[in-house]
Design a protein around this ligand. Structure first.
Ligand code: NAD
Length: 284
């Protein structure tokens, strides 16, 4: 949508600053929600192999009536512990996983492909990243990035490859603003993308300080939080399956948070995550 700003990534490509996420949505549910989202004006969609809704997402992308080149599709490599990521075998496994995602989406390229989870206890991701380099070079992934990486993994990748991830998608909302990681990203030309940008619709949206700001602007707390992401230079990918909320979450262009609002929102930081700490969490 024209009113949604975009961010230029380190490979020169652009990503809408507000996208639509489909975690915990069934395959058919994703088809309906993504269609509603595209019709409402979203142009960026975030799915993942592990969400098991790439096919439904792809059906909506194919039938929503918007040219493919106007849409921005992100999916993610699920790095299951049962796969061997080392050596040439590991690279082949990544390329096969990518082919599988592309086939399910029914696309011949994605705009962004991410390593979903770092699993630092299993070593670095230099080898996996080599496969990502190939995908970026042949254009089947227009851009490549990571998710849930900390500074240690980002440092390790920088030592093994000249290809800097375009962005790192991490848990980020006013309760958990990731200030240090964002500073690292800024220093190294990596954009920050927020998952659970609305704090999963939980306590964050009932915060008295945020309710007050919402009342002041005649907006909802969800809109205030998304506006905070945009004004913070962060890319946000809120999720909803409710058509009215899908529209509400996109309607964040017509107002501006002032310095006082931004300071009050900063004051709501609790330092508490909703998801597991990726540095210590293994999936299997
Ligand atoms: P979110 O912060 O987007 O919250 C979504 C929930 O908030 C909804 O299910 C609904 O209950 C509520 N909500 C949405 N709009 C609302 C509104 N306007 N008013 C009131 N309540 C509202 O949480 P999320 O789904 O966890 O994160 C968004 C997306 O981020 C996901 O769908 C997924 O694409 C991505 N994600 C990625 C990772 C990762 O590891 N890379 C992890 C989690 C999520």
């Amino acid at each position: 949508m024209s009113t949604i700003p975009s961010i230029t990534l380190n490979n020169g490509s652009r990503i809408p600053q507000l996208g639509f996420g489909v975690w915990q949505v069934s395959d058919d549910g994703a088809e309906a929600a993504v269609r509603t989202a595209i019709e409402a004006g979203y142009r960026s969609i975030d799915t993942a192999a592990i969400y098991e809704n790439e096919a439904g997402t792809g059906r909506a992308v194919a039938t929503a009536g918007v040219p493919r080149e106007e849409l921005y599709v992100t999916t993610k490599l699920w790095n299951s512990g049962t796969l061997d990521w080392s050596g040439a075998q590991g690279q082949d496994a990544v390329l096969r996983a990518f082919d599988d995602s592309l086939a399910k989406l029914g696309l011949d390229y994605v705009d962004l492909y991410l390593i979903h989870w770092p699993r630092p206890m299993h070593g670095t991701f230099g080898n996996v990243w080599k496969a990502f380099e190939k995908l970026a070079a042949d254009g089947r992934a227009k851009a490549v990035g990571v998710s849930n990486f900390g500074t240690a993994q980002l440092d390790a990748l920088r030592q093994e490859s000249d290809l800097v991830p375009v962005l790192n998608q991490v848990e980020l909302h006013p309760h958990f603003p990731q200030t240090e990681l964002r500073a690292y990203h800024a220093e190294h030309g990596i954009a920050t993308e927020a998952w659970s940008p609305l704090g999963q619709g939980k306590e964050l949206l009932a915060e008295p300080a945020l309710v007050k700001i919402a009342e002041k602007h005649g907006r909802t707390v969800a809109q205030v939080v998304l506006r905070w992401h945009l004004q913070s230079g962060v890319i946000a990918i809120p999720k909803s399956v409710t058509p009215s909320r899908i529209k509400e979450n996109l309607d964040v262009a017509g107002f501006e948070l002032d310095a006082e609002d931004m300071a009050a929102i900063a004051g709501s930081e609790t330092g508490e995550r909703l998801g597991p700490d990726p540095q210590g969490f293994d999936w299997n």
